[in-house]
Design a protein around this ligand. Structure first.
Ligand code: NDP
Length: 290
């Protein structure tokens, strides 16, 4: 089992040490999260980010805005954060209410403060292998999990299910790079892929980010493959006090019989995302004073 919670804790400790080193130089890294509206999942996620930020000794700010805010007002908030010297990195929590243009908001963020790595400048840098940009936290977290679990990636066949801009595509770009911890042969599958099991059974490393509960079964996995489950799905469970529970995209019981390494849900990729966001913010702060 790849223990994402433990690896994320180690990274948060490393971040806290970097924050302490910066404080000697008179700098406290600052992360702001803009939350528009009161989507329950986003609210929980933002609260966790804030807690992790404070825990690492960083300056954390949550900017709460009503769902009725106009595009112009939101852009002006982004401008304020771009100009705020106490904030080294920030993000606007997605999804936004439908009347707002998310792409325009992302493009307005100063790429040097875009710690989510969604601005086209950072996407481009990631694609060409320029390490000066920011890599999105979830796929960066997956790379880190593989590296810290001693998974050989060089020359391995990495199959990714999902091609979203926040997980699948950046994941493919990362694994493809001519860099340590990457150098894989990459195949990307999506909802139009014909005969998905034929691809998944050829994977040495299988990264599943489809958002479909239990879609990857054991009979779709090559014995000995490493399986990373990015999915977070809420399913009904009458035995749980809340009436639901979280499961991944991987059918855990059947896949654990064949995989050599597997991430659980929860406690796998999820905790890595916030840890990598903190690390990106420290990097933004280091660059701001170097
Ligand atoms: P999206 O819905 O944006 O993308 C899902 C992708 O999976 C799409 O490319 C889609 O194909 C593909 N897909 C869907 N169903 C199938 C199928 N049956 N067979 C093959 N491909 C399929 O989701 P995200 O990328 O945003 O997120 C994916 C999952 O990861 C979600 O469960 C999400 O909650 C989770 N997540 C977890 C994070 C974490 O911190 N652990 C962070 C971000 C996301 P097509 O493009 O053709 O529609």
């Amino acid at each position: 089992m790849i223990d994402g919670a433990a690896i994320a804790r180690t990274i948060r400790e490393e971040v806290a040490r970097d924050v302490a080193a910066l404080s000697v130089r008179g700098m406290q890294p600052g992360l702001a999260v803009v939350l528009v509206g009161d989507d329950p999942a986003s609210t929980v996620y933002v609260r966790n980010k804030d807690k992790a930020c404070t825990g690492a000794g960083m300056h954390g700010v949550t900017v709460r805005l009503p769902a009725s805010i106009s595009q112009q007002q939101l852009l002006s908030q982004v401008d304020d954060l771009n100009a705020d010297p106490a904030i080294h990195g920030f993000l606007v929590q997605m999804p936004l209410p439908r009347h707002l243009d998310a792409d325009a908001v992302i493009r307005r963020i100063d790429p040097k403060k875009d710690v989510d790595g969604f601005h086209p400048v950072n996407v481009g840098k990631m694609l060409i292998g320029d390490t000066d940009g920011f890599v999105p936290a979830t796929p960066a977290g997956v790379r880190e999990l593989l590296a810290r679990s001693d998974v050989e990636t060089d020359g391995q066949h990495c199959v990714i299910i999902g091609r979203s801009n926040i997980v699948g595509k950046p994941m493919a770009a990362i694994m493809l790079q001519n860099q340590p911890g990457a150098n894989a042969t990459v195949t990307v599958c999506h909802s139009r892929t014909k005969s998905l099991p034929e691809f998944t059974r050829r994977a040495d490393i299988l990264i599943v980010a489809a958002g479909k509960a239990n879609m990857l079964r054991g009979d779709m996995v090559k014995p000995g493959a490493v399986v990373i489950d990015v999915g977070i799905n809420r399913v009904n469970d009458e035995s749980a006090p809340s009436g639901h529970r979280l499961v991944g995209d991987v059918e855990f019981d059947s896949v654990r019989e064949v995989a050599s390494k597997l991430t659980p849900v929860p406690g796998g990729v999820g905790p890595m995302t916030i840890a990598m966001l903190l690390r990106n913010t420290v990097r933004a702060a280091e660059r701001a004073i170097s």
